[in-house]
Design a protein around this ligand. Structure first.
Ligand code: F6R
Length: 622
């Protein structure tokens, strides 16, 4: 989604803003812009479509835009096409908005999110003499602030607060007011924004990596709060306009953690960080030979009293939830349903009062997952967030939080955060099973040892990645790929298919192997690649039979299995082996070759691996 940066301080703003936007590039965008002002001069706006380098070229890397206070934006189009006119910053005046240069307007701003009632607000503003040059909802929000600012002759914070009461939707806004040189005003609802202060300068950003080179002490702006930023200071206000205390959170990872560290892409770096991500996550949950969830506030008593579980999440996090559904039911014998958060949030939610709703999210900001959390809380159901980003909205609003320790994930396609989510879910399943008397102490010990063995086994798979690279080069021109599996293998297939399609743009689908015959098999023709995930002993022969049916219709078969399993090699054309592991946890191994396959296919096709088209890292709109 869009990225916002702001800076007010001593040094020149434009290079700082450009650097911050570069750190937010992973969020996805299709145009960018800056507004910078020098003392009491007018703000100067520059915008460009396409990559950030287009913007940087226009202003000579920042040198051509003078001033020590400014805001910047990368836009991921929602309302209106990705044109220069629709690019941010937007202005309150009746300018054309597409032109670069000094702007006469009283308010200049950037926005992330969606203003749902923007048409109604636009009509109101039109009736008060405002005109509109863009098709964005952002222009409406900025003109609404301007309207209140002038109508009631109030200060920026009061004008912003009136706007917040009037608009519906989600937003993070950064504004500069002509009458307040050297100051930036920010506000947010359901869209993240953070502040960093260092050496007499103040930084604003949508996400932590943009400010990490200056400070690791971060101030999160809360929902419906507004902030006044001046050099070296920030002042937080509630909706009544009363100043509220600011609370800092220390970020433990450093700036290098969000750099490529010698790898060609963030994605391959993050694939290689999986052993550590899983190890750190497990180490935070396994203490003195047992699983300790007290850090997440989950006592044995709470765990013993849970009657059913719903898992709500989106995309890969939902796939981790799907795996969790099988593992928790298998080990702890509690009914579990993994649901898409975007569906779950609108359902009647017929759930027992002693249920647990688990939200899984890397960013902790995904709009649908956040809405699912709020819907569950509104019904008085206990919520547990499994989240990677410390201090994110989902983490702050859930009753219980279990942090995954994957570190910053920059590539749009998730890998290490997904693996860390699996690890967290396995630990929860094992603990639930033990507390509820479903497994004996000896089994508990065995499962913990199996969990602790996962990181080394992932490393082992990574050591042998060249075979997958070779296979990817052979299939770089594929058009359709099918992933099939049963049980946990189906959950892995879902993730393997998403990894492939999102970064290689090859059409792929995942099917529960038994479903293939109910329609999809009509798509199988000569040369189509069918990938079977074959790790579940009692089910894999059935999947192999389904693969044979595809082979009989011309498909080329690839199988992922573990050593010693049924003679898969005799039935498929190409076999990938992963180390043996307890079948409940083997998804953590089976997924790795599929991540590598997606990655190498994307590289072989010459695509932008870390920033696939149309995608955003954190989806903060519905
Ligand atoms: C796919 C991917 C997405 C996310 C989804 C949820 O590689 O990364 O499908 O898993 O957008 O995001 P979070 O986990 O931040 O809630």
């Amino acid at each position: 989604m869009c990225g916002i940066v702001g800076f007010t301080g001593v040094q020149q703003a434009a290079p700082v803003l450009l650097d911050g936007l570069t750190k937010l590039e992973y969020r996805g965008y299709d145009s960018a812009g800056l507004a910078v002002r020098n003392g009491s001069s007018l703000a100067e706006v520059v915008k460009a479509t396409g990559k950030l380098r287009n913007l940087a070229e226009k202003i000579d890397g920042g040198a051509a835009l003078k001033g020590t206070c400014g805001i910047g934006h990368t836009r991921w189009a929602t309302h209106g096409e990705p044109t220069q006119t629709n690019a941010h910053p937007h202005v309150s005046g009746n300018a054309t908005g597409s032109a670069s240069g000094p702007v006469e307007s009283d308010v200049v701003g950037v926005h992330n999110g969606i203003i749902e009632n923007y048409e109604e607000l636009k009509a109101k503003l039109l009736s008060h003499g405002y005109t509109f040059y863009s098709s964005t909802d952002t222009e409406v929000a900025i003109k609404l602030v301007d309207y209140y600012y002038k109508k009631y002759k109030i200060g920026p914070i009061d004008a912003i607060n009136r706007m917040m009461v009037r608009v519906r939707g989600s937003y993070a806004l950064a504004l500069m007011f002509r009458d307040y040189p050297g100051e930036i005003y920010a506000a947010r609802k359901d869209s993240p924004m953070i502040i960093g202060i260092a050496d007499g300068e103040t930084f604003l950003a949508s996400d932590v990596p943009a400010v990490l080179r200056y400070t690791r002490d971060i101030y999160y702006i809360d929902n419906l709060q507004s902030v006044r930023l001046v050099p070296g200071e920030a002042h937080f206000f509630d909706l009544n306009g009363d100043e509220v205390p600011m609370v800092s959170t220390h970020i433990s990872w450093d700036a290098e953690a969000a750099e490529k560290g010698g790898y060609e892409h963030f994605m391959i770096k993050e694939i290689h960080e999986q052993p550590r991500a899983v190890k750190d996550t497990l180490a935070s949950l396994i203490k003195d030979g047992g699983i300790d969830l007290s850090g997440a506030g989950l006592t044995d008593e709470i765990l013993a009293g849970i009657s059913e579980i719903r898992i709500a999440a989106c995309g890969s996090a939902w796939h981790a939830g799907m795996a969790g559904q099988y593992v928790i039911e298998n080990l702890a014998e509690i009914p579990v349903r993994a649901e898409l958060a975007s569906e779950f949030r609108y359902k009647k939610m017929l759930i027992d009062k002693d249920a647990l709703v688990i939200l899984i999210s890397q960013s902790g900001e995904t709009a649908d997952t956040l809405a699912a959390l709020r819907a569950a809380k509104a019904r008085g159901i206990r919520t547990l967030a499994i989240v990677n980003v410390v201090g994110s909205t989902i983490a702050r609003e859930a009753d219980n939080v279990l942090y995954t320790l994957a570190g910053p994930e920059i590539a749009v396609a998730t890998t290490k955060a997904y693996s860390a989510q699996l690890a967290a879910v396995y630990a929860l399943a094992t603990k639930l099973a033990f507390v509820r008397g479903k497994i004996a102490a000896s089994d508990y010990k065995y499962y913990i040892e199996e969990l602790q063995a996962i990181p080394d086994k992932i490393s082992h798979i990574l050591d042998d990645k060249e075979r997958i690279q070779w296979f990817a080069s052979k299939y770089a021109n594929a058009h359709d790929v099918f992933f099939i599996g049963r049980g946990l293998d189906y959950a892995v297939s879902l993730e393997g298919s998403l990894k492939m399609k999102e970064i290689s743009y090859i059409h792929s689908e995942a099917y529960a192997a038994g479903e293939l015959k109910h329609g999809t098999i009509s798509l199988i023709e000569n040369g189509i690649l069918v990938i079977g995930v074959l790790t579940q002993g009692e089910l894999l022969e059935k999947t192999v039979s389904n693969m044979a049916e595809c082979k009989a219709r011309g498909a080329y078969l690839m199988g992922i299995t573990s050593n010693g399993n049924y003679n898969v090699e005799d039935s498929v054309n190409f076999t990938i082996y992963v180390p043996r592991a307890d079948e409940n946890f083997i998804a953590s191994l089976a997924v790795v070759p599929l991540q590598l396959l997606g990655y190498y296919l994307s590289v072989a096709r010459g695509l932008d691996v870390d920033r696939p088209r149309n995608l955003a890292k954190s989806v903060t709109v519905e």
